[in-house]
Write a protein that binds this ligand. Structure first.
Ligand SMILES: Cc1ncc(COP(=O)(O)O)c(C=O)c1O
Length: 968
């Protein structure tokens, strides 16, 4: 059958058989009744059949469809099943046949019944992660591997989707697009793809392939961890013998729809395929052209289908989808994708063999050039100066002013190119160098080639091996063809230089980190042409650094994320990785002022240069800082201890309670965390931090029911009495045993649950009961205190109580180890009976100066007010998510201490643990650091630096909303 006849026929609507007629067929030939539901399809007529004995698919196609092809499909299903692949089996009819040629409504049809595979396709997924892309690539590889030894006469067919006919099909169908611009886009892309494919064709292995392993035709179900697991591969209608690589090209083209505009996102599918079923180099090179050709074919077939059968909504919906795939497929140069694919499977592109016969800048060759570091760690950058427009040029100019010349570095990730509150990677990697040289510096041809000038003022020297582009030259070349050493011109300003090994390709000057390896292979360093080193030092490999960490740093000290980004710089409420991507930091409650604050650097440098010693020496900072802390504390408090952490502060508070009360028994709140030392760990029962927490309490610890008014034992704000009862019970038991209670410790805003307010009046009642018995009330303000709550400086203010001891740390040093215990003199003095208290670094001059500087900056920059105002706005925006997305269950906390709790069911409050983990990982892709908290790890722990802006809040909430609208 000729291709054009085939195209014509395949675009005809499917046979006309209604559900009643189909049901009759089923009863007559298969002895089955049941309910039928039409399944969308382009040509065949498919019904899902639900019977008492299971589900099936009834497939009806035109009678003149070649039976041998349908038989080939059945044989392939059998072949794959014996090799252990999940495919539907064919159900035999009463007659024993698997393929029934019948007449319905006067039309000849062929009928088959297949098992139905339960599950979902992945078509609906708005976002598909790399893991899932890889899984689909792997499925394709396994099917190809299994079909490699499959043969059948029905495989020799003329199929319009067979890429061997792509060009013929495109030529045939092009006229269906009447819009000249669109028509030309398809024609050009197809011609370019054909040009790339032609030299490879003879080397492409051929075998039987499915040719439609797409998001549509693989069926999946989620497991308990909500991971997609393959249930089966369906729809063998395109089974054919053709190039093996064609199969993966079809899968990849479908994945482009899930690539969010970035074709490089499909690389995991190719890598996964190659790992299972290794591809040859010609196949790897043919892959992208085949994908582009497929995209063109899809668009044209879709347009054709719609023009013939405008009422077919299935085809209509598909067409938009096909154009999207085409747009993504044509958004990058072929050479870039080829490089990315080849490198992606671990192969290197052959090195550039460019002979440089004469230095480009003869007067400067061999000189030592000033290399200007514009990278993320450059000492030239501090306090956000990289945000100034033109800073790189200014720094290069400044250096050239001192040494006569200066160069930027090829392949360097430039800090000035970062951007904030942005879901996309920034284009930071320099694919060129910028040279500052004396005006009028002569330039000569380093290799033989032809010279031309482009509209944007670049001088272009092109040879077969490479093209050199230079901006900033006064061109002098007299002829078009130049020999090495022939003058080209003179510099008339800073020179921008870019080398590219692909003729006629105009690479960008910068690219994103994920494209850097591929682009750098196409745009190698111009070092050889210059005769001096202009290459950036490679950045440290993040994966091997992580291995070193794991091999030396005890593993119980976890890191965020499985493959964490490598972070060495921070600025304000952003953390910047080594490739210059800024992540919005929504986690760092310690860095209250933000990262990289210049006042911190100045203050610590100055005090270090003067003195740093221990608090047994007499220096002003310790008195000044203690006084300032007391000014912030309730009037009844008049003594300060300075330590180095929250753990130490709480440990000391317990000792103070023991010393003051004479008892040892401490009441703490279940699920809380207070520190890692023996005593603070004893009172910490958060199972997220310690899964054995509940079974390992020493006998002096008496945990009371966690007062979680959202999902705790008692819910709602009128649950106070119920929660107090748990305290009463514990106290009564101690009374009965005649044990002296030492004290009660809790966070005045319940931290582990994401910042839930305690039930009203809870602390008033509990404090009174504990004090009645001579116990001490400790408020752990390590997280919630110091203005983070926005409305209150201390968490206990919300409950209208004053504790006997306040413990604090975290933000008070903005990251400098600094903790404090504030209390009354009589409690402080009780410890003296047990001897002296001394901490070598606690209250050191450096810590005290930093502590005071933190308070100064908070005041000067209005951070408490910012927390109140922007934090209030933040909570409102999060609350709106609760109204809009079923998964968003509740918002807890206030100011910059917030928790968004994710649940699967509003009645049962079933925690959405896996969804929360997925959400956090997705947010990281979008440039945001966020982690789960709570015993079920289903709450977003939102505790950003207190300089966080409204813009960052909007970026965060919009990103969360975007991800919540995806199928988590
Ligand atoms: C409420 C609370 N108390 C105490 C601590 C312990 O503080 P540090 O880590 O400074 O020892 C923490 C730490 O997360 C905390 O959240």
């Amino acid at each position: 059958m000729s291709l054009s006849t085939l195209i014509h026929r395949s675009s005809l609507p499917g046979p006309e058989v209604n559900a009643d007629q189909a049901r009759a067929l089923l009863e007559e030939h298969y002895d089955r009744g049941g309910t039928l539901r039409s399944l969308g399809s382009q040509q065949d007529l498919n019904f899902r059949v639900d019977t008492e004995n299971g589900r099936f698919v009834l497939k009806i196609c035109h009678g003149d469809y070649a039976a041998v092809e349908l038989e080939a499909q059945h044989a392939a299903l059998q072949h794959l099943a014996t090799k252990g692949l999940p495919v539907p089996s064919v159900v035999s009819a009463r007659s024993g046949g698997q393929l029934l040629p019948l007449q319905v409504n006067g039309q000849a049809v062929q009928v088959r019944l297949l098992d139905y595979i339960d599950g979902q396709s992945l078509t609906h997924l708005k976002h598909m992660n790399a893991e899932l892309m890889a899984k689909l690539g792997e499925v394709c590889a396994k099917v190809d591997l299994a079909l490699a030894d499959f043969d059948h006469p029905g495989l020799e067919r003329t199929l319009q989707w067979d890429p061997r006919h792509a060009q013929a099909l495109i030529d045939h169908l092009l006229p269906v697009i009447t819009d000249a611009q669109r028509n030309a886009r398809i024609a050009d892309a197809a011609a370019e793809a054909q040009g790339h494919l032609q030299p490879l064709l003879a080397q492409l292995p051929v075998q039987a392939v499915h040719l439609d392993i797409t998001d549509d035709n693989a069926v999946w179900l989620r497991d308990e961890q909500r991971q997609w697991q393959l249930q089966g591969i369906i729809d063998f209608g395109d089974l054919v013998r053709t190039w093996r690589i064609a199969d993966l090209s079809v899968t990849c083209a479908a994945l482009l729809h899930h690539a969010e505009g970035d074709p490089l996102r499909i690389l995991p599918a190719i890598q996964a395929y190659h790992a299972v079923n290794p591809l040859t180099l010609p196949e790897l090179k043919a892959l992208w052209p085949l994908i582009v050709a497929r995209a063109a074919v899809l668009v044209l077939s879709g347009e054709q289908q719609v023009s013939i059968d405008p009422a077919n909504s299935y085809s209509r919906d598909n067409l938009t989808h096909e154009w999207e795939i085409f747009d993504v497929a044509t958004s990058v140069p072929f050479e870039l994708m080829e490089a990315a694919i080849v490198q992606g499977v671990g192969l290197a592109l052959p090195p550039l063999t460019l002979k440089c016969a004469a230095p480009l800048l003869p007067t400067l060759a061999g000189q030592s050039f000033s290399r200007v570091d514009l990278g993320v760690l450059s000492p030239l950058f501090e306090a956000g100066n990289w945000e100034q427009p033109g800073i790189d040029q200014a720094l290069l100019g400044e250096q050239a002013g001192k040494t006569g010349q200066a160069t930027s570095l090829h392949g360097q990730y430039r800090l000035s190119r970062t951007h904030i509150d942005n879901p996309h990677e920034p284009e930071t990697c320099a694919l060129h160098i910028e040279l500052h040289v004396p005006a009028g510096t002569p330039m000569q041809a380093p290799f033989a080639g032809t010279v031309k000038q482009t509209a944007d003022g670049a001088l272009v020297l092109a040879s077969e091996q490479a093209t050199l582009r230079v901006w900033g030259v006064e061109v002098e070349a007299q002829t078009q063809a130049v020999e090495p050493g022939q003058p080209l011109g003179r510099s008339n300003g800073p020179l921008l230089l870019q080398l590219c090994r692909v003729a006629d390709l105009c690479p960008p000057l910068f690219c994103t980190p994920s494209r850097a390896t591929a682009w750098l292979a196409l745009c190698p360093s111009p070092r050889e042409l210059l005769g001096f080193d202009c290459d950036a030092e490679p950045i440290i490999d993040s994966a091997s650094l992580l291995e070193r960490r794991d091999a030396s740093f005890a593993r119980s000290q976890k890191h965020y994320y499985e493959t964490p980004p490598h972070i060495e710089r921070g600025w304000r409420n952003y953390l910047i990785d080594m490739q210059g991507r800024s992540y919005l930091d929504m986690l760092n409650n310690v860095a209250v002022l933000g990262h990289g604050h210049p006042r911190m650097a100045v203050e610590s440098a100055r005090q270090w240069s003067l003195l740093n010693t221990n608090s047994r020496f007499h220096y002003a900072a310790i008195a000044e800082f203690s006084e300032r802390l007391l000014e912030l504390a309730p009037d009844s408090m008049d003594r300060v201890f300075l330590v180095n952490s929250g753990t130490e502060a709480n440990d000391l508070a317990i000792r103070l309670a023991w010393a003051y009360s004479g008892g040892r028994d401490v009441l703490s709140v279940l699920e809380a965390y207070h520190g890692w030392s023996v005593a603070t760990d004893a009172i910490s029962t958060s199972i997220a931090d310690n899964p054995q927490a509940l079974s390992t309490r020493p006998d002096w610890v008496h945990p009371v029911t966690a007062p979680n008014t959202y999902r705790g034992a008692f819910r709602g704000s009128d649950s106070t009495a119920n929660y107090v009862r748990s305290v009463d019970e514990n106290l009564a038991r101690l009374d009965e045993q005649k044990r002296q209670v030492a004290g009660f410790i809790c966070e005045p805003v319940y931290g582990n649950a994401g910042g839930i307010s305690l039930p009203p009046g809870y602390l008033q009642q509990v404090y009174a009961k504990v004090r009645e018995r001579g116990g001490v009330c400790i408020a752990d303000e390590v997280q919630v205190g110091y203005g983070r709550l926005g409305e209150y400086f201390w968490g206990f203010e919300e409950q209208g109580v004053v504790p006997d001891i306040i413990t604090m740390a975290k933000g008070m040093g903005n990251g400098q180890p600094l903790g404090a215990v504030i209390t009354r003199r009589e409690i402080a003095e009780a410890l003296e009976a047990e001897g002296y208290f001394f901490s070598s670094a606690g209250g050191s001059p450096v810590s005290c100066r930093i502590g005071m500087a933190v308070l100064d900056v908070m005041q000067a920059e209005g951070l408490w007010e910012n927390t109140r105002v922007v934090g209030g706005y933040f909570k409102e925006r999060l609350q709106a998510l609760v109204d809009q997305y079923p998964l968003a269950g509740a918002v807890h906390g206030s100011g910059f201490y917030l928790g968004l709790e994710l649940i699967r069911d509003r009645a049962t409050l079933e925690p959405a643990t896996e969804e929360t983990a997925t959400l956090c990982n997705r947010l990281r892709d979008l440039g945001i650091f966020m982690q789960p908290t709570g015993d079920y790890l289903n709450i977003l722990k939102i505790k950003p630096p207190m300089c966080t802006t409204r813009q960052s809040v909007d970026f965060f909430v919009d990103s969360v909303a975007k991800v919540l609208s995806e199928d988590l």
